[in-house]
Write a protein that binds this ligand. Structure first.
Ligand code: C5P
Length: 239
């Protein structure tokens, strides 16, 4: 079936401090719909910073990659429930029960919060997996954890652009697929090894792309954001 899908841009706000974060957001005011805030900034600046970003009418993806016993993860989601965040990450390898506890807590405290599973970190290769006791290929493990997360009622996955086609085929059109490793054509890949352009990630089924340095370091970040958003206009995809 041919369907129209939309893909949204998320800025990875990878800056060391609140002041730098807010200064950058002021520069691009009115152009951004989403930011991703990671462990570095959240650990330093805390929930108050989340509130300050949300006051600028920007959706927040809080990338904490939670992983702990089910009760602790459930309690953490409850603690985060008062924050104005729209997406939160957890490690799918925490297992079905951990994910279910997170989902139940989310349903209670912030039903609109979308939970995203992280499968295998892209910093892992097959040697690293063997060292941690997983004999299967990366692909088999990613698919296994993706299925587990979706069955546990998780709303979507974070994945590399290389996994988009495989995962869309496996989990269908509904779950979110949020994809870093994106570079507009002709832009420095930095240390990212296998990148895709925004257009091709959207065509392959990404619901959201995460872009950091190409926007943060751009001479004219508003233009870069606008160009990326234009390139993400609804795409026809095969599903
Ligand atoms: O600056 P850049 O566009 O490479 O930033 C990408 C963002 O996505 C960073 O916050 C990085 O930590 C994150 N990320 C990634 N690759 C993954 C998972 C997360 O680049 N596999």
């Amino acid at each position: 079936m041919n369907m129209i899908s939309t893909c949204e841009l998320i800025l990875a706000l990878d800056v060391p401090s609140r002041d730098e974060g807010l200064t950058f957001l002021d520069k691009v005011e009115g152009h951004l719909d989403w930011v991703k805030i990671g462990l570095q900034l959240f650990t330093k600046e805390g929930p108050g910073f989340i509130e300050e970003v949300a006051q600028r009418h920007i959706n927040i993806f809080l990338d904490l990659k939670l992983y702990d016993i089910p009760n602790t993860v459930g309690s953490t989601v409850r603690s985060l429930g008062h924050l104005p965040i729209q997406m939160l990450t957890l490690h799918a390898s925490g297992g079905s029960e951990m994910l279910a506890f997170a989902r139940e807590a989310r349903d209670e405290v912030r039903p609109e919060l979308q939970l995203l599973g992280v499968t295998v970190l892209t910093s892992f290769n097959e040697e690293g997996m063997v060292a941690t006791g997983i004999a299967d290929s990366l692909e088999v493990q990613v698919l296994r954890l993706a299925r587990l997360a979706v069955r546990a009622g998780i709303d979507g996955l974070v994945c590399s652009p290389l996994e988009l086609t495989l995962l869309r085929g496996e989990i269908g059109v509904a779950p979110l697929l949020v994809t870093p490793g994106i570079r507009p054509a002709g832009v420095d890949a930095n240390e990212q090894k296998r990148t895709q352009t925004p257009e091709s990630a959207a065509k392959m089924g990404a619901s959201h792309i995460v872009v950091g340095r190409p926007i943060l370091k751009a001479e004219n970040p508003v233009k870069t954001i606008t160009d990326i958003k234009t390139s993400l206009q609804p795409q026809a995809t095969d599903s």
